[in-house]
Design a protein around this ligand. Structure first.
Ligand code: PLP
Length: 386
């Protein structure tokens, strides 16, 4: 008998729920609060810089680590916002979004049988890329409403196979921003057990309550942390897929070794444009968070009026609700029905857990949309309360 086409190591990964839900939104004409992408373009000067680059002939393979101008802009950004000293020559790598940075890091650092500890719910690519590397994701569950990081549980999962702690803060889908004491404790576990940390900080500028602090800035972490971020969320150009990773030369070289055989390079004309974006003044960054905070509040008010128990996020694009307060308990069935019931699409949070039963009653809504779209969505969701 012929072998099935999909390798068993990818069995069960299937099509992402985002594809299914986005297709459902198109099919039903529903407002798509599923996938996290803005419905407005980012800064015009950044878009203009990309257009100028294309017109100016910046259309061939850029250098492997990314163009110098962007690597310098990334290093300056790390120093300006987080006080991190990063050498743009050896300690920065430009990637095809944060997703590739995480994938290349995991593929470069993990051997089959290795274990990666991450707080769940997890961004969905983590489990998939662990599987591609033959590694295993070991989750520590964050439980609403407080989503406190259980450090004893984290430390309890460390074995001789543990290779990485993969930390996402601000955290998708919960919207949690890890606190300084939590980050201190995570750093201590990494140092005590000689673990490498990979941090996904794509929402670093989208914080409304609390404070973002990169794990790499904690004692003992600078040389054992790969800090990942992306232009997608900060500049509202998610489709450009310009991301980056910063860390020690040794770690960044390892990631580059994997990246060069995945995409080799990416996004030539977008790289100088993102360098322009990273140089924008402080008011751009302040306004970005302020505008999004208002959108969060519009959506969360609407969700509460519709009868949901809402876990108000401290950052990111996303708010999570408990659907039991509106008489449901199966988020997947609920989300498949929601477009027909009231013309809105959301994502069942169960897909972000190792055991889907853990997040069965939770559903995630994105608020990175124009305020009038969120207001309309809130009106539609209010139908659930009638
Ligand atoms: C936690 C997290 N990491 C990475 C990404 C993707 O980043 P990029 O588009 O830069 O690959 C997302 C997008 O939703 C995300 O939520």
């Amino acid at each position: 008998m012929r072998r099935p086409p999909l390798s068993p190591k990818l069995a069960g990964l299937g099509t992402t729920i985002f594809a299914e839900m986005s297709a459902l939104a198109v099919e039903t004409g529903a407002i798509n609060l599923g996938q996290g992408f803005p419905d407005e373009d980012g800064p015009v000067e950044v878009a203009d810089a990309a257009i100028a680059a294309i017109r100016g002939g910046v259309n061939q393979y850029p250098p492997g680590p990314g163009i110098g101008e962007l690597r310098i802009a990334i290093a300056n950004h790390q120093a300006r916002f987080w006080g991190m000293a990063v050498d743009p020559g050896t300690e920065v790598l430009v990637t095809a979004g944060a997703t590739e940075a995480v994938a290349a890091a995991v593929l470069a650092l993990c051997d089959p049988g290795d274990e990666i500890i991450a707080f769940e719910p997890t961004y969905d690519s983590y489990t998939a890329v662990a599987a591609m590397a033959g590694a295993r994701l070991r989750p520590v569950t964050l439980t609403p409403p407080a989503y406190d990081a259980n450090i004893d549980a984290l430390e309890g999962l460390v074995t001789e196979r543990t290779r990485l702690v993969l930390l996402n803060s601000p955290h998708n889908p919960t919207g949690k921003v890890f606190t300084v004491p939590e980050l201190e404790a995570i750093a201590r576990v990494c140092v005590d057990h000689d673990l490498i940390a990979v941090t996904d900080e794509v929402y670093e500028h989208l914080v409304f309550d609390g404070e973002h602090r990169p794990l790499a800035t904690f004692p003992g972490m600078a040389d054992r942390t790969l800090t990942i971020s992306s232009a997608g969320k900060t500049f509202s150009f998610t489709g450009w897929k310009i991301g980056w990773v910063c860390g020690s030369e040794e770690l960044v070289t390892a990631v580059r070794t994997a990246k060069q055989f995945i995409t080799y390079v990416n996004g030539a004309p977008f790289q100088p444009a993102i360098a322009v974006g990273l140089g924008l003044g402080d008011d751009f960054y302040t306004q970005l968070a302020k505008t999004l905070q208002h959108k969060r509040d519009v959506l969360c008010d609407g969700l509460r009026t519709a009868g949901f128990d809402v876990f108000v996020p401290q950052g990111t694009y996303f708010a999570t609700v408990d659907i039991r307060s509106v008489g449901g308990d199966d988020g997947l069935a609920f989300c498949r029905e929601l477009p027909k019931r009231c013309g809105v699409v959301a994502i069942p949070s169960s897909v972000f857990y190792e055991d889907p039963a853990t997040g069965r009653h939770l559903v995630r809504f994105a608020f990175c949309k124009r305020t009038e779209v969120l207001t309309e969505a809130a009106e539609r969701l209010a139908l659930l309360a009638r």
